[in-house]
Design a protein around this ligand. Structure first.
Ligand SMILES: [Cu+2]
Length: 611
């Protein structure tokens, strides 16, 4: 019997006869072929594993869903990601991937002791504290050029209104054996948030290993709405991954501009299925991919099935929106309701993806279509109607904006690490240490993302929630951006409170935010993790309301409150400059669009206090 190389579904290659190869579900490559040089694809059967739902985190003290304290350790362990794969080494908070879901309530403080206990053993607690990463670390990048191969970590609660010292400053990532206590006061509306690693220069590697989990904040307003809840409310984090033969996670050997995996995982399972009751389900979806965009639709065969979007990144929409598909870039969330009561028991529906990678200019064969499957059972579910309206979502008045910032997204040759052939994505050509955005506390600002590329960059601003005003095309004339054409309103699925916006190619995307809650320095960045790790991340500083000038008379805050600020303010107050609007008489820093004595009094109060 002649033999040849045989690709097994596990990705391994063996020398076998054709008959023995096919008996093992292998692909026979021909008589006398050899394994060397064979790149055997891993073949996994879709929809054979049930969806796992992350456990709700158990507090060390306090109450889940209210004020509570948690201890969560980042640990290394094995977890089976598909029944046809051996267990895979992953990292997870609290020993699961994804980590446990933290249930929180508006204005009730959660504290978490985040422990970096990554060890070179998949038995948590055993082995030595890690001094190197599972993946190759690019020690030329900002971050690892200081921390080396060590798997430093730091947690960012994405979407949280939180003080800078608990925001997960990427610069403060810490090595195995250390821990930090973060405080989340939750002064914000109900939303689907998620926590994930944010270590400077290795976020892509740490998140890829599994460091992510849900943080759901609820409030009385949402609870008063009759939305699907309990076992009819399920969070779904969608992430693409690739595997080596044997099931270990596969990632690039060197830094590349993107990572696109071959398989789609939902809550840590490859292509899972979910048995559903005949009724409504609320799914809180996070695009947790490193780089891959998702355009999600629900199909039985080809025709998309209508479902409802009820929320955006940072809260509920004003009313449910009937849609057939939704596009989410990494870190964006969608809160959706699917009504399975419209189908008889036994029917099978599929959540599928149609977004090319990179988005939106990738090749058609870059799409990973399968996401997950729903099996409709005979059991009755939640058949209550959706509320016709949800919560008020007032759009901030653009005329209140103290300033508009122009933020150009461009690719440059990498001066710091010339070995990177794809160059580096930068914001205004500036770096992490260039602190040039200093919004005043409580002021509104419009940030214009000017995307001079053919890829969509999901731009995330920490601390704040914002709304998208519009988009506009531009021409580049003599290397200057010249806006052209009409202002395009945001897609209906983007209307609502956001913390991450699709800065679309060759367009100016304008968002408006109020910089409120905390003063201090926070990051803003592209949420394509390969870009974020490679300079597409900068910082802004929320400064005192009384900080108006640096002595140059140009209205440039400098992070301090001195007589310069007072003199500058007096001039713009006297002129009735709209920028002098700092209060509406309520002494809360609420703007009213007019300049009156209230503003001067509030200014004086904040000036005297020095903030
Ligand atoms: Cu980017």
């Amino acid at each position: 019997q002649p033999t040849g190389s045989c690709c097994l579904p596990t990705g391994f290659c063996i020398i076998e006869t054709a008959a023995n190869c096919s008996a093992q579900n292998g692909v026979y490559n021909g008589d006398n072929t050899i394994c060397e040089g064979q790149d055997c694809p891993i073949v996994l059967t879709p929809f054979v594993d049930p969806l796992t739902i992350p456990a709700v985190a158990t507090p060390a003290s306090g109450t889940s869903g209210g004020a509570a304290h948690y201890n969560l350790a980042m640990v290394e362990f094995n977890q089976q990601l598909h029944s046809e794969l051996p267990p895979t080494r992953v990292w997870g908070y609290g020993g699961t991937y994804p980590g446990p879901t933290i249930e929180a309530f508006k204005d009730q403080t959660v504290t978490v002791n985040w422990i970096n206990d990554l060890r070179n053993s998949t038995n948590p607690g055993l082995g030595q504290l890690r001094t190197s990463h599972v993946f190759p670390v690019d020690t030329c990048l900002h971050g690892p050029d200081m921390t080396g191969e060590v798997p430093v970590t730091v947690v960012h609660l994405h979407g949280a209104k939180v003080a800078p010292e608990s925001d997960g400053d990427p610069d403060t990532a810490y090595p195995p054996g250390q821990q930090v206590l973060f405080t989340y006061p939750n002064p914000q509306a109900a939303a689907t948030m998620w926590y994930h690693d944010h270590a400077l220069g290795i976020t892509r590697l740490n998140v890829y290993m599994g460091l992510a989990g849900f943080y759901l904040i609820r409030d009385a307003q949402e609870n008063a709405l009759n939305l699907p809840r309990g076992h009819n409310e399920i969070p779904l984090v969608i992430q693409d991954r690739s595997f080596n033969p044997g099931g270990s996670l596969k990632y690039h050997a060197t830094l590349e501009d993107n990572f696109f995996g071959d398989f789609m995982l939902v809550n840590g399972k490859v292509w899972p299925y979910l048995d559903v009751r005949r009724g409504k389900y609320r799914f809180r979806i996070v695009n947790g991919c490193n780089s891959r965009a998702l355009t999600l639709s629900l199909v039985e065969d080809v025709d998309p099935i209508t479902f409802h979007q009820i929320g955006t990144d940072l809260g509920l929409k004003s009313a449910p929106l009937a849609i057939n598909s939704i596009t989410l870039l990494p870190a964006e969330r969608a809160d959706i309701v699917i009504d399975f009561a419209q189908f008889p028991a036994g029917r099978e529906l599929y959540l599928v993806n149609s977004a090319v990678a990179p988005f939106p200019s990738g090749a058609p064969d870059s799409v990973v279509r399968n996401v997950m499957k729903f099996n409709i059972t005979a059991t009755a579910g939640d058949t209550d109607p959706l509320p016709a309206s949800l919560v008020p979502v007032p759009t901030p008045d653009p005329s209140l904006a103290a300033r508009t910032r122009w933020l150009e997204l461009r690719n440059f040759a990498d001066a710091h690490c010339p070995s990177h052939p794809d160059g580096t994505w930068m914001i205004n050509g500036l770096l992490w240490d260039d602190l040039t955005e200093l919004p005043r506390e409580n002021s509104y600002e419009i940030w214009s993302w000017v995307n001079r590329s053919t890829f969509t960059h999901p731009m995330h601003i920490h601390l704040v929630r914002f709304q998208i005003l519009d988009r506009q095309a531009f021409n580049v004339v003599n290397n200057q951006v010249v806006p052209t054409g009409p202002l395009i309103p945001p897609d209906p699925t983007e209307v609502g409170w956001k913390d991450t916006v699709q800065a679309t190619p060759n367009q100016i995307t304008r968002v408006i935010a109020r910089f409120e809650g905390f003063r201090g320095i926070f990051p803003y960045h592209c949420h394509l993790l390969e870009h974020e790790d490679h300079e597409m991340m900068r910082r802004f500083q929320v400064v005192c309301t009384a900080d108006f000038d640096d002595g140059t008379g140009t209205g440039t805050p400098d992070g301090g409150v001195t007589i310069d600020d007072f003199l500058y303010y007096l001039v713009i107050f006297e002129n009735g400059d709209p920028g002098a609007d700092v209060d509406d008489g309520s002494s809360t820093g609420t703007l009213d669009g007019g300049v009156t004595i209230d503003d001067l009094l509030y200014y004086l109060f904040r000036f005297e206090a020095g903030c």
